[in-house]
Ligand binder design. Structure first.
Ligand code: 26Q
Length: 802
């Protein structure tokens, strides 16, 4: 221990010199961050070579357009088991680890749930000792930084690479060329049709490898992120042919631009072609480089599915399917049938949405123009598939038209994904059932054996062990360390529900976390939160279906209640919001503005002070989530039933002892089944109810406006100048969405039930001992939502890893 610490100190001093040209006495915390990361990176590399598996185990490649991996410094210190020696070594050198940590930039290479899920999965692969590698894009700018000015969201570029990224390795010798556009020449060679791509524009894909360390295992996997670069010869050639040297730079820039930005989920028209190219760039570079490695092993192509599997995270990487076909048929000279067998046996697909607007389609002519050979392959896939369906359902034109991969001038990526893979999974039980019975009904009828549920999970190491050290310590004191490796062992906490001393400690931990968050809010926003209040949290992307609107309308109602009944006892509440709206999603931006407006009115009113506070924390991120979630008493999961495929924030908050106030949607249903109805606050329409109201005309939002005085009051506040608005135009879209357009997300319909459960929460919280019990039960059953379990289940049922 002593000796290791001394070794660390000398490595650290040396790293300070070589990376920053500094000595201990003139180094800043930012320099120290770089030096510390350098030492850790070196230790990871030592592991990487020693822990490499020699035997040919089956490998998974997880293809995703998003990986929201979060900061890695704390993870590495902890997973490598060197936290103590580093902390005390740094202290002896005059540095504090806690001061150094904030210098790490959190790479925002994802939008939300889907990207964070991919990151939790990588954590679980490595911690379970499985070979599971990520394949993604190295966006020059991650998801925008959010700033609010007068409640309006502004988007600033996220220059996450500004100071360099400490955990990546550029591997230029492993670069791959990816081609776009051009023409296809057809020729006959050795009695076989050959397709030759000419006049294409080629971009170089350079990989950057981020090692992924497992928790106390020898496994180090890789997240390989691809970046676009120009190919100098091609640039020179073009300059020569076209003769205007001054445009060379612009041309070079255009090629690099490909991986400049991550597209938000509601992207605008001009970005879409670039997004299409990004998707192909990811899969083409990814699969080419994997197959190159595979060829070195001198195995047969037909054996490929025994050694490799390719998982696509939603349809965004679905061009993997025709790209793999292209390589096998065109470059490896396999027959279509053999290639098809290999492809479908090695590819599997997760669906993350049932929202119609989020189901990806690409205009046929774009695919034809930018990916001509891929287009031909898709056409062939479509013809063969339609023929197969014709044999199965002779004469059923309508069915086949609906199943087709290409129809109405659009390539349907979900259809391509289903037909080209052997497994399709939803991300929670309800969601998978909806896929089978509704969205993908016809495919389910055709291939029932392909559909399977895999409920999402979260890394209990990141979201409990690292994010909430006080709670982790309390748990470990009570039940030992076993839960870190086997999270289901958290149920050993159950007997403590009758231990009032333990429950008291649990309450103190929560209070401590609330105090920490309050300190942060004070420092960032200048608002002094009351840590004795109920911390009620809704943090996630801002979206109509997630119904932040229901929450804020209810807050307007509460405000009025308190104002009208100043003497009535009221359980103090702090409402905390955070989340980004897609830049082009005007309605979501108005919701942010409404939250901001309400928060200003409420926080400045001394009549409600100590009873009601509302804050919107800017620029939600992994790092911010790690501060907020451990402090949550109430977890708001308000999606309109059927709309949230799973949700994972719900699991994170449960694991940190918050009680869920949620609809029976996505994984909330499974949380409910785990903890039982006494330990959760369900409300609102069920999935069935929602489907019913969508099909009938039995819901009229205006009726509720007229019959429910609370609703009328709150909605009137949106357009009548008064406490909240000076100008009736600001929130008129919200007002009209609810009344004129009949409340697509059933906000008003669920209001009464929501308000009831909120009152129940206020009452229950008064009985702190009982509340603490409920909180403990939530923590105890949260192990079922560890991504270790999810990944073990994918490994057994989908990827068939040993
Ligand atoms: C598509 C086309 C063009 C540009 C962007 C996109 C795009 C990007 C991101 C479409 C969707 C997304 C993100 C989806 C997402 O995060 N879904 C969430 O996935 C979680 C993990 O499974 C679930 O828990 C959430 O319920 C689901 O909303």
């Amino acid at each position: 221990m002593m000796q290791e610490k001394e070794i660390f100190k000398s490595l650290f001093i040396k790293a300070l010199r070589t990376t920053k040209g500094k000595q201990i006495n003139n180094a800043t915390d930012a320099d120290a961050f770089v030096a510390l990361s350098t030492v850790l990176a070196e230790w990871i590399q030592e592991k990487n070579t020693s822990g490499n598996k020699q035997e040919p185990v089956k490998q998974v490649y997880y293809f995703s357009m998003e990986f929201l991996i979060g900061s890695l410094l704390a993870t590495h210190l902890n997973y490598l088991g060197v936290n103590e020696i580093v902390e005390s070594g740094l202290e002896e050198l005059g540095f504090s680890l806690e001061d150094i940590k904030p210098y790490e930039h959190d790479p925002g290479l994802g939008n939300g749930g889907l990207g964070r899920l991919a990151a939790c999965f990588l954590d679980s692969f490595a911690s379970l000792g499985l070979v599971g590698n990520g394949v993604g894009l190295r966006y020059r700018y991650g998801l925008f930084n959010q700033r609010l000015e007068d409640g309006k969201q502004f988007e600033l570029p996220d220059n996450w690479l500004g100071e360099g990224y400490m955990w990546e390795y550029r591997k230029p010798t492993e670069a791959i060329d990816v081609s776009f556009g051009g023409d296809i020449n057809t020729l006959v060679q050795n009695d076989k049709l050959q397709f030759q791509l000419v006049n294409a524009e080629t971009v170089r894909a350079v990989p950057y490898d981020v090692p992924i360390v497992g928790y106390q295992t020898e496994t180090v996997n890789t997240l390989r992120l691809w970046a676009a670069e120009p190919i100098l010869d091609q640039v020179l050639m073009k300059a020569k042919l076209e003769g205007y040297a001054e445009n060379m730079l612009a041309y070079q820039r255009r090629l690099e631009e490909l991986t400049d930005f991550l597209y938000p989920d509601d992207s605008t028209e001009e970005g879409r072609i670039l997004r299409l190219k990004q998707e192909y760039f990811l899969v083409s570079a990814g699969i080419q480089s994997i197959l190159k490695e595979y060829e070195k092993r001198q195995l047969s192509w037909s054996d490929l599915p025994r050694f490799l599997c390719f998982h696509i995270n939603d349809t965004h990487p679905a061009f993997l399917i025709p790209e793999l076909m292209r390589i096998l048929v065109d470059e490896k000279d396999l027959s279509w049938e053999e290639s098809w067998e290999i492809t479908t046996q090695s590819v599997s697909y997760t669906n993350h949405t049932t929202l119609q607007e989020a189901l990806e389609t690409w205009p046929e002519n774009w695919v034809k123009t930018f990916l001509p050979r891929i287009y031909m392959i898709l056409v062939e896939m479509n013809e063969r598939f339609c023929r197969q369906m014709w044999e199965k359902y002779p004469g059923d034109f309508d069915r086949i038209a609906e199943l087709a991969l290409i129809a109405d001038g659009q390539v349907k990526m979900a259809h391509v994904s289903i037909v080209g893979s052997h497994s399709i999974n939803g991300v929670a039980k309800l969601h998978t059932e909806l896929l089978k019975k509704k969205e993908m009904r016809l495919f389910y009828q055709a291939f029932p054996e392909r559909f399977i549920n895999k409920t999402n999970g979260i890394s209990h190491r990141r979201w409990l062990m690292l994010a909430n050290p006080s709670l982790s310590q309390l748990i470990t004191e009570a039940i030992g360390e076993e839960w870190l490796q086997s999270p289901k062992k958290l149920t050993k906490l159950l007997p403590f529900q009758t231990d009032s001393i333990f429950l008291e400690k649990l309450q103190q931990v929560k209070h401590h976390n609330k105090q920490l968050l309050a300190n942060y809010v004070k420092q960032e926003v200048g608002i002094l939160l009351n840590p004795h209040a109920i911390f009620d949290v809704q943090v996630k992307r801002i979206h109509g279906y997630k119904r932040q609107l229901l929450n804020i309308i209810h807050i307007i109602h509460l405000y009025r209640e308190i104002k009208n009944n100043p003497m009535k006892p009221f359980a103090p509440r702090v409402f905390i919001f955070s989340g980004k709206a897609a830049p082009g999603y005007h309605f979501a931006k108005q919701i942010i503005q409404l939250i901001d407006t309400v928060s200003k009115v409420v926080n400045q009113d001394s009549d409600v002070k100590d009873k009601l506070q509302v804050v919107f924390l800017e620029n939600f991120s992994n790092q911010l989530a790690e501060k907020i979630i451990p402090a949550a008493d109430v977890s708001e999961q308000l999606s309109t039933a059927t709309k949230e495929a799973s949700g994972t924030g719900n699991m994170k908050m449960m694991m940190n002892g918050a009680l869920t106030l949620g609809t029976m949607d996505g994984a909330n249903i499974e949380l409910f089944d785990q903890v039982g109805k006494a330990n959760i606050y369900p409300f609102g329409l069920s999935a069935q109810d929602v489907l019913h109201y969508q099909q009938s005309n039995e819901y009229t939002a205006k009726d509720l406006y007229h019959s429910d005085d609370r609703i009328r009051y709150a909605l009137d506040q949106l357009i009548i100048p008064g406490d909240f608005v000076k100008d009736e135009a600001v929130f008129k879209d919200i007002y009209h969405a609810l009344l004129t357009y009949n409340d697509e997300y059933f906000v008003l319909k669920d209001f009464d039930d929501y308000a009831k459960q909120q009152r129940k929460i206020s009452n229950d919280y008064q009985e702190r001992n009982i509340w603490n019990q409920k909180s403990l039960i939530n923590i105890a059953y949260s192990g079922r939502f560890s991504s270790d379990d999810t990944i073990a289940s994918y490994a057994a049922d989908i990827w068939k890893l040993e």
